[in-house]
Every structure is written in structure tokens, then in C-alpha cells.
Design a protein around this ligand. Structure first.
Ligand SMILES: [Ca+2]
Ligand SMILES: [Ca+2]
Length: 197
């Protein structure tokens, strides 16, 4: 019984997202490409997943990140094995593309079939990326959950950037949690510790 008690605690800190930093496939430095799929992620609509490596701004983690307004608006999805009803911390880094207005840098975050958040920061006046880390507390309803990012706003091949996507088991109980049933989503007291706008 001791092993049962200890093992889940160790697992709770493991990031469940595959290739959340978008470091594979290895994109040559100074180049970008649009992919139909990459390890861990598949295209849900649009021309595909753009990976940049030192093209227009530095990554938050490692060398590479994703811009989902690739040739035009696209979406990408990862299915993650989780425990239904357990609490998880979802986080990722977001930056507007330098020089691009907030009307064109929107990113929607969909979790468990529901819209979790919409983010759009202004890149006007930026000479490099300006990353913000966003955090949410989520409770999946099933044992296989969909996490999807979608480009929104003006579709013209310039948009918001994402990097370092993580889903970690939460060890912190959520007091007074209210489960929202809309759109089949269970979302408990999502937290945004830093506003982008
Ligand atoms: Ca990265
Ligand atoms: Ca755009």
C-alpha cells in the first residue's frame, strides 16, 4: 500500500504533453516549415502547424515554437491520457508575433471539448518575442482528453506564438470547486496568473 501512495505523487509532476516545446522535428536554425502533423500533434483545420527556429523572435523554451496562423489559420490537437475527475494544471507560453497587432495574433485554447480561453496580445513595437506564461486548473471528464489550439483573428500568415505546453497532475486541492457542464467541459476555477493584454 505504501508504493500505491507514493507512486501517484511522483507521477503528478510529470508533464503529460508530448513535444510540448515543439523541438521535434528539428527545424534548421533560421528557417520555418508548415507540417500536417508533428510528434504529439495533428492539424485539425487549415494548412498546418508552422514551426519556427530563430526566424522572427526567440523561443520561450529551447529553439523552436509554433505559429498557428501558418499559411493561414490552422488548429492543432493532442489527445492526452488522464484520470477523469482529477485536477490538472495546464500551462503554456504565449507571445504575439513582433510587429503584428492584437487583431491578428489570437489563439483559442480548447480543453475537453470546451473553449477554455482566448488570448490576443499586441506585437506592435516589439523587436523580439514577449512571452507570457498562462496557467489554468482543469478537470477532464474522461480518461482521454483533447487539447487544441486554434488561430483566430485576421488570417494572413502572421499570428500568435505558443511554446512549452504542459499538463501536470495537480497536488493542490481546489476548494469550493464548481464543475461547469457547458459544452461537455469540466473546468474548475481556471486561473490566469498573468494577463496578456
Ligand atoms: Ca520550444
Ligand atoms: Ca493572423
Amino acid at each position: 500500500m505504501l508504493a500505491v501512495a507514493v507512486f501517484p505523487a511522483a507521477l503528478a509532476h510529470a508533464n503529460l504533453i508530448t513535444n510540448g516545446s515543439f523541438e521535434t522535428p528539428d527545424q534548421p536554425t533560421g528557417t520555418w516549415s508548415v507540417y500536417g502533423s508533428i510528434p504529439g500533434w495533428t492539424t485539425t483545420f487549415g494548412p498546418g502547424i508552422e514551426i519556427q527556429d530563430h526566424v522572427t523572435g526567440l523561443a520561450y523554451d529551447g529553439d523552436q515554437f509554433v505559429e498557428l496562423d501558418s499559411h493561414s489559420h490552422s488548429g492543432m490537437l493532442q489527445q492526452v491520457a488522464v484520470t477523469a475527475g482529477a485536477s490538472y494544471d495546464l500551462s503554456f507560453a504565449y507571445s504575439p508575433r513582433p510587429g503584428v497587432a492584437a487583431t491578428s495574433t489570437g489563439i483559442e485554447v480548447w480543453f475537453d471539448g470546451g473553449l477554455l480561453d482566448t488570448i490576443a496580445g499586441s506585437g506592435i513595437g516589439l523587436s523580439d518575442t514577449s512571452w507570457s506564461v498562462l496557467n489554468y486548473s482543469v478537470i477532464p471528464t474522461g480518461n482521454l482528453v483533447n487539447l487544441e489550439f486554434r488561430a483566430v483573428g485576421t488570417s494572413e500568415s502572421l499570428g500568435g506564438y505558443i511554446d512549452d505546453v504542459q499538463l501536470n497532475g495537480s497536488t493542490v486541492p481546489v476548494p469550493g470547486a464548481v464543475v461547469l457542464g457547458t459544452l461537455g467541459m469540466s473546468l474548475v476555477g481556471w486561473l490566469r496568473r498573468r494577463q496578456v493584454l
